[in-house]
Design a binder for this molecule. Structure first.
Ligand code: UDP
Length: 238
C-alpha cells in the first residue's frame, strides 16, 4: 500500500490517500486539544498509544460483530483504514455521570446509572458540537432513521465490550464518544478512534482518572496515565 497526498489534518490525526481509492492511512499525532480547541498542548507518546489501543479494541469489536474501519496497522502511529464518509454525529455512551452530563444536569460526578445512556452531538466545531436528538439528526439529514438504529445497536455493543475489557484491567469505563462512517456501499462501520482521548477511564480501586481529563483539568501525570492504561490493556490481550 502506497501513501499518497495528505487529504486532511485534524486536531489529533492526519489522513492520507493511498493508491487504493477505498483505503486511507491515518497518522496519529501527539497534539492534544480540549474545550473545542481552546486549550492546546501535546501529550508525548499519545499518538502511538492511541493508534495501538484503538486498533486492539477495534479488532476485538470485529470479533463481537461490530464492523469497523480497521484494515491494518502499518507502523507505531499509522494505520490503514477503510475510507468512509463520517456521519457528523458524536455518539456518547455513559455508564456513570461525569463531564458535561454532570454540568448540564447539576449532578455530582460518579453516579452509577442502572442502565447506560446514549446521546448525540452534532459534529460542528463552529456551533460547539450541540446536543441533538434522533428527530433533529433526521431533520438535518445527518443520517437516516435506519442508520440511526444501526448506530445505536452498535454503540451499546461497543459499551458491553469495552466495559468488560476495562473491568478486567481494573479500570471503570465511565463514558466514551465514538463516531461511525458509511462505506461506499452504504454499510455503517465504527470509525475514528477509541482511546483515553475519547473515553473516561477511572482506576477501579482508587478512582484515579486515567484519561484525557488529566490534560483538560491540569491534573498532571498525563503521559503516565496513558501509559498505565495501555500497559494494563496489553496485559489482558496478550
Ligand atoms: N468526548 C470526546 N470528544 C468530544 C467530546 C467528548 O471524545 O468532543 C468524550 C469524552 O472524553 C468523554 C465522553 O465523550 O469520555 C463524554 O464527554 P462529555 O460529553 O462529558 O464532554 P466533556 O466533559 O468531555 O466536554
Amino acid at each position: 500500500m502506497e501513501k499518497r497526498k495528505q487529504m486532511y489534518e485534524g486536531k489529533a490525526k492526519k489522513v492520507y490517500e493511498t493508491d487504493d481509492p477505498e483505503i486511507v492511512i491515518v497518522d496519529y499525532k501527539d497534539d492534544a486539544t480540549a474545550f473545542n480547541g481552546l486549550k492546546k498542548g501535546s501529550i508525548k507518546g499519545k499518538g502511538v498509544i492511541n493508534n495501538q489501543m484503538s486498533n486492539m479494541l477495534m479488532q476485538g469489536l470485529e470479533k463481537k460483530g461490530v464492523p469497523t474501519h480497521f484494515v491494518k496497522e502499518l507502523s507505531e502511529r499509522e494505520t490503514a483504514v477503510k475510507r468512509v464518509e463520517i456521519l457528523p454525529l458524536e455518539v456518547i455512551i455513559r455508564n456513570i455521570s461525569a463531564g458535561s452530563f454532570s454540568k448540564r444536569y447539576g449532578v455530582e460526578e460518579g453516579i452509577v446509572f442502572d442502565e447506560p445512556t446514549i446521546e448525540f452531538s452534532y459534529k460542528n466545531d463552529d456551533l460547539g458540537d450541540p446536543l441533538l436528538n434522533d428527530d433533529h439528526a433526521i431533520a438535518l439529514k445527518l443520517c437516516t432513521r435506519e442508520e440511526l438504529a444501526t448506530v445505536k445497536k452498535y454503540a451499546f455493543l461497543v459499551n458491553d465490550f469495552l466495559k468488560e475489557i476495562w473491568k478486567s484491567c481494573n479500570v471503570t469505563l465511565v463514558d466514551f464518544k465514538i463516531e461511525f462512517g458509511r462505506l461506499k456501499d452504504g454499510t455503517i462501520v465504527l470509525a475514528d478512534e477509541i482511546s483515553p482521548d475519547t473515553c473516561r477511564l477511572w482506576d477501579a480501586t482508587t478512582g484515579e482518572k486515567l484519561d484525557k481529563d488529566r490534560f483538560r483539568r491540569d491534573l498532571g501525570g498525563v503521559e503516565e496515565a496513558y501509559e498505565e492504561v495501555m500497559k494494563r490493556l496489553k496485559g489482558q490481550l496478550d
